[in-house]
Design a protein around this ligand. Structure first.
Ligand SMILES: Nc1nc2c(c(=O)[nH]1)N[C@H]1C(S)=C(S)[C@@H](COP(=O)(O)OP(=O)(O)OC[C@H]3O[C@@H](n4cnc5c(=O)[nH]c(N)nc54)[C@H](O)[C@@H]3O)O[C@H]1N2
Ligand SMILES: Nc1nc2c(c(=O)[nH]1)N[C@H]1C(S)=C(S)[C@@H](COP(=O)(O)OP(=O)(O)OC[C@H]3O[C@@H](n4cnc5c(=O)[nH]c(N)nc54)[C@H](O)[C@@H]3O)O[C@H]1N2
Ligand code: SF4
Ligand SMILES: [Mo]
Length: 603
């Protein structure tokens, strides 16, 4: 018989999965329409860790658990850090937060993902309530702004077939190739484009004035701020024309528009301002609170749900975590040695940690470094429930497969809580708790009760219910470049400096599954396919083979997230708002590996 569960992965689509005799298929109804994606289609084929080990020696699960207890006995309070990543999005994953928070260990705050953008959204709207995919389906125009739906949200594609598509992305992605308009903008210039669009809406008298008066009365002041962006020089800087801006305006005025944003636009320290400036366009057009209109980003998958777990804890940054300050680091569902920014820093810090414990499914740099490795159960082998950051359903994830391998998060937490006399409820009680935040739809599926399909219909969640526009930016006219206030960045530009994009790969989910191994460059760059080059930033370097891709700009190189060594290049400085990683802040230089070797030989 078919059993229904849901894909556990960190992905917009959060698909329901039909399980039959070890085979996974998309649920035939709903947005999945019978299809999953490469990760789930091949899920059972990826090699996983089957046996626990301590200091490289395989041991039994019982021995691994007593080892874990011994380690925690020695120093379980302030000297222990619990670091959880986003390998599995099930709500029960948090059950170990409960244990570690209860014993007084340290947890993390901040994110490697969407935090900068979210902070900007919250500053403007007072909360982060997302436009769900069911509403995107009702729009007339979809603006994909730093989102790559063919790779990261493919189930959206059937829903937008007959719509006007506008893409703003430095890469000519698949969606850009079929779009009505593609602005192949220079990386990190989105805020100025957003400001310019708002400015022209004012110039063209295309604002929703009634809406602005009621819900965004500072709109005039913001219009003044947009006028500080010089049009001609900024167009040159962005690499687009006034005609293209006009085309975009002509297509979004008086239409049901969905701005569908991704994380690409906010992998910078000022990432919060970008989302806030895009929100301002939507506000100016009066799009919030209307059917089929608004801004979709990564919502909060826990919106409308109260945690049953202990969450109050001392917390340290998840972006530039000082692992060396802890005797024990327990890592669950994460690969910090490869996915955190500045891998060398992480490696240096972790080498002083006495006990690194890795609780996960797959081998990676973190599992290799770990002193104690505890294999997890896959989502098929344990009970869970999940919600999504791009739709409002809650999906049950019952165990559908038996396995001798691994231990579930709940069983591990239960073991630990019993040992340390911490109260823990049954797994069923927790799952019922989560279900109490959902109601049944006509078709029997669960939907989170407190979530709205069309949020902000009654104004924003700020103190006075009005939208709060960005208030300041500063323009360095002499350099024709923009320098933000609060000592924001001033960068040196070298002719051999490239922008580094590190987006998501179709074959991996960050570092899970099949990982990429190349650096992508335009074919007219000075480097040939297959040549090994050293990509370097002020943080570090990595040697990778070149692959050509003419979807890229000449001033840009691309290394996918999950590629080994990509985060040698990225800086662990956190975003100005949102305590988030800023993976694309560093520019990189390229040098042939051969050239360096020859130079060394000549020394
Ligand atoms: N297949 C697959 N799916 C995934 C993931 C995965 O690893 N693989 N990861 C999941 C996770 S963790 C997340 S957070 C989501 C993210 O999903 P997306 O937001 O779609 O992810 P990205 O690929 O990082 O970025 C999207 C686009 O932003 C563009 N971009 C980069 N820099 C800029 C810029 O400065 N300006 C503009 N306008 N565009 C820019 C990139 O070229 C890219 O096409 O995807 C999830 N889904
Ligand atoms: N250069 C660059 N770096 C990036 C990004 C980027 O775009 N560019 N993206 C960032 C973003 S958006 C994100 S979200 C992070 C993601 O970074 P991480 O959270 O570290 O995610 P993954 O690399 O997917 O590793 C997840 C781990 O979870 C484990 N796992 C999977 N399922 C389970 C389970 O059921 N139980 C347990 N216990 N473990 C499980 C797997 O073994 C896997 O090793 O990476 C960030 N790093
Ligand atoms: S599209 Fe996303 S949610 Fe759907 S099966 Fe693939 S990874 Fe899972
Ligand atoms: Mo993410």
């Amino acid at each position: 018989m078919n059993k229904i569960t849901a894909c556990p992965l960190d992905c917009f689509d959060a698909c329901e999965v039909e399980y039959k005799d070890g085979k996974l298929k998309g649920k035939s109804s709903g947005h999945t329409q019978g299809f999953l994606c490469p990760h789930m289609n091949h899920f059972n084929k990826y090699e996983r860790i089957t046996t626990p080990r301590y200091k490289g020696e395989e041991i039994s699960m019982d021995d691994a658990l007593s080892k874990l207890r011994d380690i925690l006995d020695a120093n379980y309070k302030s000297e222990t850090l619990y670091y959880r990543g986003s390998g599995n999005f099930g709500l029960m994953q948090e059950v170990n937060d409960h244990f570690f928070a209860s014993v007084g260990a340290t947890l993390t705050s901040g994110t490697l993902c969407d935090g900068a953008g979210e902070a900007g959204i919250i500053e403007g709207r007072g909360s982060n309530k997302n436009m769900p995919i069911s509403e995107i389906a009702k729009s007339e125009v979809v603006v994909f702004w730093g989102r790559n739906p063919h790779t990261t949200s493919s189930h959206l594609l059937p829903l937008i077939k007959d719509k006007t598509i506008i893409v703003i992305d430095p890469v000519k992605t698949k969606i850009a190739q079929i779009a009505d308009i593609h602005l192949q903008i220079k990386p990190h210039t989105d805020m100025y484009l957003a400001m310019m669009l708002t400015r022209f809406l004012h110039i063209n008298n295309s604002c929703d004035y009634e809406y602005l008066e009621e819900k965004a009365s500072e709109a005039e002041e913001f219009y003044e701020l947009t006028q500080t962006v010089r049009i001609k020089s900024m167009l040159e800087n962005m690499g687009i024309t006034l005609g293209q801006v006009g085309d975009v305006l002509a297509r979004i005025e008086d239409k049901r528009v969905a701005f569908v944003c991704g994380v690409g636009i906010q992998k910078y320290r000022d990432g919060s301002d970008v989302l806030r400036a895009i929100d301002a366009i939507a506000v100016t057009l009066g799009l919030f609170g209307k059917e089929g209109c608004g801004v979709a980003y990564l919502g909060n998958s826990k919106e409308g749900i109260e945690s049953p777990f202990m969450t109050k804890a001392k917390r340290v940054s998840k972006v530039n975590t000082k692992f060396d300050e802890f005797k024990t680091v327990f890592i669950q569902g994460a690969n910090p040695l490869e996915q955190m920014p500045n891998s060398q820093r992480v490696q240096n810090a972790m080498q002083y940690t006495e006990n690194v414990i890795y609780f996960g499914l797959y081998e990676n740099a973190t599992s290799k470094r770990a002193d104690l490795v505890i294999p997890a159960k896959t989502f098929l082998e344990k009970n869970d429930i999940r919600t999504s950051y791009s739709h409002n359903a809650m999906m049950e994830m019952p165990k559908v497969q038996e396995s001798e391998i691994g231990i579930s998060e709940y069983d591990l937490a239960h073991f630990l809580c019993e040992k340390y006399e911490i109260e823990i409820k049954t797994e069923e009680e927790y799952i019922e708790h989560f279900k109490s935040f959902a109601k049944r739809d006509e078709d029997g599926s669960l939907v989170v009760t407190a979530r709205e399909d069309v949020p902000y219909s009654d104004g924003f969640d700020t103190d006075d219910n009005e939208f709060v526009f960005l208030e300041e930016i500063e323009i360095d006219r002499s350099a024709n470049k923009i320098v933000l206030t609060k000592n924001r960045h001033k960068k040196r530009e070298k002719s051999n400096d490239f922008y580094l994009l590190t987006p998501k790969s179709a074959t991996s989910l960050n570092s899970q599954f099949k990982r990429e191994e190349s650096v992508y460059m335009h074919s007219e760059s000075a480097y040939s396919e297959g040549e090994n080059v050293i990509v370097a930033s002020s943080v570090g370097s990595v040697t990778l083979a070149v692959k050509h891709n003419d979807a890229l700009r000449m001033d840009t190189v691309l290394i996918y997230s999950g590629t080994k060594g990509v985060n040698n290049l990225t800086s662990s400085e956190v975003s100005w708002e949102g305590n988030s990683a800023a993976y694309q802040e560093e520019k990189v230089t390229i040098q042939l590996e051969k050239e360096i070797e020859t130079k060394e030989e000549n020394l």
